[in-house]
Ligand binder design. Structure first.
Ligand code: ADP
Ligand code: ZN
Ligand code: ZN
Length: 678
C-alpha cells in the first residue's frame, strides 16, 4: 500500500495500491517521491509518505496509483519527517501543506530537472560583486562568538547571537559560513524580507564571489524558484538565502542554518499553514545534527528565555566595532507642548543641527498616507470603511481615501455626508504629511520618503537606498521599512515621532514589539566608523514616565525584556505556557461566535476524558481585535496550557471533529498554534 499526502484540505493521508503496470518492488520506493494518483474525478500529484502492509480502507475499494514520477526522492528523510511533524504540530492538513515542500514546478508531472534559460539568474550574479569584500579583523567579542560556533560545526547546537545593532553580527555569519563551506557543507540563511535588505544580499555576494548562491523568495518566477530549489537539493548551491518558506528547502549536504533578525514576525506564516520558520529551523538543525545561529539585537522573549535557561548558547556582543558608538537616546515629552503637525520645535531644531553639520536625519512614523482620519469639523463624523471596523486613511499623492485593512479606495469627501458641513479636517500624522511639513521647513534639503507607497515598483527601494548611501545631507521619513537592518553610515539623528501607540497595545506582545521597533530604528543612528559622527536618538511621547519606556531608555532592551519575562511567568503566558487560537469568520455576524461556542463545548467535553484535562484553559469566544474586516466578522477562542502536550492532544482531536461538522459551511475556521498576534 502506498500512503500518500494528496493536495486536499482534509487532515489525513490516502492509501493506494501500486500502479497496475508497475514492475517496481514496493520496498524500493523511497518516501518523498512524487506519485500521480486519482482523487475524486481528478488526477493529482502527491508525495509518498510510506509503504505499508496495512490499510484501514476496504481492500477492494482501494484504487491503484497512476504513475510513480520520481526514481529517487529529492527530499531527504529528515526534512520529510520535519515537514510531517510541522503539519501535525501546527494542526494543518498535510496535503494542504504540500506547497511548502514542493515548488510549483514539481506539483504537476514535470521531471525534476534544471531547465536553465537566459535570464533565469538565480545563481550569483557576478556583475553585482564588483568589489571582492575584505574580512574585518574581529573584535575579541566577535572572535569568541565565532570560535564558539565553529567549535560545534559537526553537531546540533542552537546559538543565540545577541548583539547590539551594528555590533558585527553579519560579519560573524560570514566568517562562520566560510568555515562551514570549507568543510564542504551547505548553508541555509533565512532573512525577514529580501526585498527590504538588498545590502545584506550584496554583502554575501561580494564575500563569496566564487561560490554558488541560490536565492529563494516570493518574487521569483516558478522556473527560477524550481532551479534554485533543485540546485540546493542536488548540492550544487553552496549557500541558500531565503525568506520564511526557504526553511523547507532540501539540502544534500547541510552544515549550518542562520536565522537573521530572529525576532521578526515575518518568520511566522500568518495564514494557511501557520508555521514558524524560526522554530522549525531549530527542529531541523537538531534532526540534521548541525548548528543553528539565531541572530538579533532584540531577541524575542522566547529565544531569550531559552538562552537564559541554558537551552541555547548565549553569545553576546555589547559594543560596535571600530569607532562607531551606540547612539545616546533621549525622550521628548510632548504632553504640554503645541506640536506642529506632530513635530515639537525642539525636534525641528535638532534636525536642523544635524543637517547643518552635513549629516542625515531619519524620522520614523509608523503610519503611511497623509493622515489616519478624515473628520468633519462641525459634527465630528469620521470617514470609515464600509467593510471593516476601521477608519479610512487619507492619501494626498494622489488624493483618495484608502482602507489599509481591505485596500478599498474611494474619493475624498468635499463635504460631510452627515451634516453637509464643508470643513473636512485631516486628523493625525502619516508619512506623506510629515514629508510635506519637513519640505516646508527645509526647502533646500532633499526629503526622501520610504514607505510601501513610495516603493511600490520593483527598483524603487534600491534607488532610494542608493541615493541615501551617497551620503549627502538629507532627511529620511518612513515607516518600519527603515528599521530593517539597513546600514546608513551618514545618519546621525533618528527621531521617533510618536512612541505612544505601542505602549498601550491590547496584545500581550505589544510592549515587546514596541521595544524591538524602537531599538531597531534607533540602531540606524551612529553606524559610521567616523568618530565625529556621534549618533543621537530622540523619542517623542506624551508618556515619558511610562515605566517600560523608562526601563528601555535607561537600562536597555535586556532589562525590559527580563521584566516582561517575569510578568509573563506570573501570568502563565508564552514562553511559560503554550497557546493556540481557534479563529472563525463569516459574513454573518453571529455565526463565528456560535461556531466557537460549539467548539468550546466540544473541547470541554474532550478535556473531561483526558487525564490532565484541567490543565488547559479556554477563554472566549471573543471578538477579534478588529471584529469586522473585509466584510467578514471574526471571533476567536484562546486555548492555553502550561503543559504543551495536553494542549496539542486536545487540538488534534478537536480539529478532526470540527472538520467533520458539516453544518457550518458558511464559517471559515483555522487554528493558530503559537500565534504571533491576537
Ligand atoms: P550587525 O549585523 O550586527 O548590524 P554588521 O555586521 O552589519 O552589524 O556590522 C556593522 C558595520 O561594522 C559594518 O559596516 C561592518 O562592515 C562593520 N564591522 C563589523 N565587524 C567589524 C570589525 N571587527 N571591525 C571593523 N568593522 C566591522
Ligand atoms: Zn458633519
Ligand atoms: Zn476596509
Amino acid at each position: 500500500m502506498l500512503r500518500v499526502a494528496v493536495p486536499s484540505p482534509l487532515r489525513r493521508s490516502f492509501d493506494y495500491t501500486l500502479p497496475t503496470d508497475s514492475t517496481t518492488a514496493p520496498d524500493s520506493l523511497q518516501p518523498g517521491i512524487r506519485v500521480r494518483v486519482p482523487f475524486g474525478n481528478r488526477e493529482l500529484t502527491g508525495i509518498l509518505l510510506e509503504v505499508s502492509d496495512t490499510t484501514s480502507v476496504n481492500l477492494n475499494k482501494l484504487k491503484p496509483a497512476i504513475e510513480i514520477l520520481d526514481q529517487t526522492s529529492l527530499i531527504p528523510a529528515h526534512l520529510l519527517s520535519l515537514w510531517l511533524w510541522a503539519a501535525r504540530y501546527y494542526q494543518h492538513p498535510v496535503g494542504d501543506a504540500l506547497h511548502t515542500l514542493l515548488p510549483t514546478g514539481l506539483r504537476g508531472k514535470a521531471q525534476a530537472n534544471i531547465k536553465k534559460r537566459k535570464n533565469d539568474a538565480v545563481l550569483d550574479d557576478a556583475a553585482e560583486a564588483d568589489h571582492p569584500d575584505r574580512e574585518d579583523e574581529l573584535t575579541s567579542e566577535q572572535q569568541q562568538a565565532r570560535n564558539d560556533i565553529c567549535a560545534m560545526s559537526d553537531q546540533f547546537q542552537c546559538f543565540l547571537l545577541d548583539g547590539v545593532t551594528g555590533s558585527g553580527k553579519t560579519e560573524i555569519y560570514l566568517q562562520v559560513i566560510n568555515d562551514t563551506l570549507s568543510h564542504n557543507r551547505q548553508v541555509l540563511v533565512l532573512v525577514p524580507e529580501i526585498s527590504l535588505t538588498p545590502q545584506t544580499l550584496a554583502r554575501f555576494r561580494q564575500r563569496f564571489v566564487d561560490r554558488s548562491i541560490a536565492v529563494m523568495h516570493s518574487g521569483l518566477t516558478p522556473r527560477q524558484r524550481l532551479n534554485a530549489w533543485l540546485l540546493a537539493a542536488k548540492g550544487d548551491a553552496d549557500i541558500v538565502i531565503g525568506t520564511r518558506s526557504a526553511i523547507f528547502t532540501p539540502l544534500a549536504r547541510p552544515g549550518l542554518i542562520v536565522i537573521d533578525e530572529e525576532h521578526d514576525s515575518s518568520f511566522k506564516q500568518q495564514d494557511g499553514f501557520r508555521y514558524s520558520a524560526r522554530d522549525l529551523g531549530v527542529m531541523r538543525a537538531q534532526r540534521e545534527s548541525i548548528p543553528i545561529v539565531l541572530g538579533s539585537a532584540t531577541p524575542s522573549l522566547e529565544s531569550l528565555h531559552n538562552a537564559l535557561s541554558g537551552r541555547y548558547q548565549h553569545l553576546r556582543l555589547t559594543r560596535r566595532p571600530g569607532n562607531a558608538r551606540l547612539p545616546v537616546t533621549r525622550l521628548l515629552d510632548t504632553a504640554q507642548q503645541t506640536l506642529e503637525e506632530g513635530f515639537s520645535s525642539e525636534l525641528i531644531q535638532s534636525i536642523r543641527q544635524h543637517i547643518d553639520k552635513g549629516n542625515q536625519a531619519l524620522v520614523f512614523i509608523n503610519r503611511r498616507g497623509f493622515a489616519p482620519v478624515l473628520q468633519c469639523r462641525d459634527c465630528g463624523w469620521t470617514a470609515e470603511c464600509l467593510h471593516c471596523d476601521a477608519r479610512m486613511t487619507l492619501h494626498r499623492t494622489p488624493a483618495h481615501l484608502r482602507c489599509h485593512h481591505c485596500e478599498r479606495r474611494q474619493p475624498v469627501h468635499t463635504h460631510c455626508p452627515e451634516c453637509q458641513g464643508k470643513s473636512m479636517l485631516a486628523v493625525g500624522i502619516g508619512t506623506e504629511r510629515s514629508e510635506a511639513l519637513l519640505q516646508r521647513h527645509f526647502p533646500d534639503t532633499r526629503v526622501i520618503r520610504v514607505d510601501r507607497d513610495a516603493t511600490s515598483r520593483k527598483n524603487d527601494l534600491n534607488d532610494l537606498l542608493a541615493e541615501i548611501n551617497q551620503g549627502d545631507p538629507c532627511i529620511l521619513v518612513g515607516t518600519q521599512m527603515l528599521a530593517k537592518g539597513h546600514h546608513f553610515p551618514a545618519v546621525t539623528l533618528v527621531a521617533v515621532l510618536d512612541a505612544d501607540s505601542g505602549l498601550f497595545s491590547a496584545d500581550f506582545r505589544g510592549q515587546e514589539f514596541m521595544a524591538q521597533l524602537l531599538v531597531q530604528v534607533s540602531g540606524r543612528a551612529g553606524r559610521s566608523d567616523d568618530a565625529g559622527k556621534v549618533g543621537e536618538v530622540l523619542i517623542q511621547t506624551r508618556h515619558s514616565t511610562h515605566q517600560s519606556l523608562q526601563t528601555l531608555i535607561n537600562q536597555g532592551y535586556h532589562a525590559l525584556a527580563e521584566q516582561l519575562l517575569s510578568e509573563r511567568r506570573l501570568a502563565a503566558m508564552p514562553p511559560f505556557a503554550a497557546m493556540a487560537l481557534l479563529r472563525a469568520e463569516a459574513m454573518n455576524a453571529a455565526a463565528p461566535a456560535q461556531f466557537l461556542h460549539t467548539a468550546r463545548l466540544q473541547a470541554e467535553q474532550l478535556l473531561t476524558q483526558m487525564p490532565d484535562g484541567h490543565q488547559v484553559q479556554i477563554s472566549g469566544p471573543l471578538p477579534a481585535p478588529m471584529e469586522k474586516r473585509a466584510n467578514r466578522y471574526r471571533q476567536q477562542l484562546i486555548l492555553r496550557s502550561t503543559h504543551r502536550a495536553n494542549l496539542q492532544n486536545l487540538l488534534s482531536v478537536l480539529c478532526q471533529q470540527l472538520e467533520q461538522m458539516s453544518t457550518q459551511r458558511s464559517v471559515r475556521w483555522s487554528v493558530d498554534v503559537d500565534p504571533q498576534d491576537m
